[in-house]
Design a protein around this ligand. Structure first.
Ligand SMILES: Nc1ncnc2c1ncn2[C@@H]1O[C@H](COP(=O)(O)OP(=O)(O)O)[C@@H](O)[C@H]1O
Ligand SMILES: [Mg+2]
Length: 447
């Protein structure tokens, strides 16, 4: 059962970290089990092309069917490679001996693989990513909406893990922005080491302000967690937490610590006996850590966990302007919440149709006389949030009533306010699905 009952929801979670042997596969397996034990349908995929070993953790000697068989076109659909595990809620796709050419699939093969991964029927898809910073590794990591970087307290792991995240975000931005500015981002090679991401963004500001804005929106909406593994002391745990600050300062992303898994004899035993720890662990510290981490992941708001409100998104998609706007940002639909909206001291009744980390789509009751850029006041929402944002008018429909605004400046204060607005939009949309609760009349401040 998915979190919101019958509605479509899917979380994709990639587990990477750059360095081999830090416990990515072990963490992927046990997190996947913990989420299955929380009653989700989970698919765990060994996406370590060329170095697969997830099956051994589950005691599977020679998997009959492998991910590589799909890449080599021996089966037409990735779903045909699913294998059962001891927990009926968890299926696994194993990797193994590379079939000719599958350890390094060409771009089109990789994109097809990613499409099929995202189309698998499940509540949660967990990807165990290989080591290194090759493009295939980075692209599979970036394909997931929630990303987890596994670190051990050793200096080499901290160093490699940071380099991996830097390469991954450079690659992600490079592939998301228009080709004319792509050269600013180097995912590997000497340039990626020399310049900090904020320097690159400043440079991009001069080249193309819109693309710089888009890059910042992408960074703002990244859902990245750090995970400490084989931690032996609380001091070691703190070291991994400290990496988050470095990522914030240099890679401009929030990277909270998901949890610290301690070095454990029982975990070692589970590897030797080829029976994942979470299948038999009782109440003990590492098992609780895995359960807590699973809960955090399952309650992380993601695009697909926010249920679509029928009609809303579809209608927006038919309006030429807003459709273009909608494509730019992951949207969180807000059902018609009527009230006054203020734009540049003009108070006009209307409603917010959806919000994103990068902007907001507003439907005013009457045409707005050229609001242009300025300050938009939204709120208070159901939880009392009021957001003042500097906006830039981006798209308007023919009637002049429906306008998509981009947030113009994303400082620390605005970021927090937008995050709470998005959370409130998610909550209000979710609440609306239950027939007893209703927020449809929550007013905005009319001053
Ligand atoms: N928390 C832990 N406690 C004890 N041993 C661990 C722990 N995490 C990982 N290991 C050991 O490290 C080995 C490598 O883990 P693995 O998941 O295969 O790493 P990766 O996938 O990053 O290459 C495991 O086989 C196990 O022996
Ligand atoms: Mg591995």
């Amino acid at each position: 059962m998915s979190l919101w009952g019958g509605c479509m929801s899917k979380q994709t979670i990639a587990i990477g970290g750059g360095k081999g042997g830090v416990g990515k596969s072990l963490i992927a397996a046990n997190l996947a089990i913990a989420m299955a034990q929380a009653n989700r349908r989970v698919v765990l995929i060994d996406a370590d092309l060329g170095g697969a070993n997830l099956h051994t953790l589950f005691g599977i000697d020679r998997p009959k069917i492998l991910l590589e068989h799909f890449i080599a076109k021996r089966v037409g659909n990735l779903a045909e490679t699913l294998l059962p595990t001891p927990d009926p809620r968890l299926s696994i796709i194993c990797g193994g001996m590379p079939v000719l050419g599958t350890a390094n699939p060409v771009h089109s093969q990789k994109m097809k693989l990613i499409r099929h991964i995202l189309a698998l029927e499940a509540d949660v898809i967990v990807l165990d990513i290989g080591a290194g910073i090759g493009f295939n590794v980075l692209d599979l990591f970036n394909a997931a909406e929630i990303k987890i970087a596994v670190f051990t307290p050793q200096l080499t792991s901290l160093h490699n893990g940071y380099g991996f995240l830097k390469a991954a975000i450079h690659r992600h931005l490079q592939r998301s922005l228009t080709p004319s500015v792509r050269d600013c981002f180097a995912s590997t090679g000497p340039e990626s080491g020399a310049e900090s991401l904020s320097d690159v963004l400043n440079r991009l500001d001069h080249l193309d302000k819109d693309e710089a804005h888009k890059a910042r929106s992408i960074l703002l909406s990244e859902k990245l967690y750090l995970l400490g593994n084989m931690v032996r002391t609380s001091k070691e745990g703190q070291v991994i937490g400290a990496v988050g600050k470095m990522i914030k300062d240099h890679l401009q992303m929030d990277a909270p610590l998901l949890g610290n898994v301690r070095y454990g004899e029982k975990i070692q035993k589970s590897v030797n006996e080829r029976r994942p720890f979470m299948l038999w662990a009782g109440i003990e510290s590492n098992a609780l850590t895995f359960r807590n981490m699973a809960t955090t992941l399952l309650t992380t708001p993601t695009r697909s966990l926010i249920p679509k409100v029928p009609g809303e998104a579809d209608q927006a998609a038919t309006d030429a302007g807003p459709e273009q706007y909608n494509r730019k940002h992951p949207r969180f639909p807000v059902r018609r919440i009527r009230g006054m909206l203020k734009i540049n001291n003009l108070s006009i009744p209307g409603h917010v149709r959806n919000v994103a980390y990068g902007g907001v789509l507003v439907a005013f009751d009457k045409a707005v006389p050229n609001p242009g850029d300025g300050k938009l006041t939204i709120g208070p929402t159901a939880d009392g949030t009021v957001v003042d944002v500097l906006v830039r008018e981006r798209h308007r429909d023919a009637s002049g009533r429906q306008i998509g605004f981009s947030f113009r400046e994303i400082g620390a204060v605005t970021r927090t306010a937008i995050a709470s607005l998005v959370a409130s939009a998610a909550a209000s949309t979710a609440v609306r699905r239950t027939p007893t609760a209703g927020l449809s009349q929550t007013p905005y401040s009319a001053e």
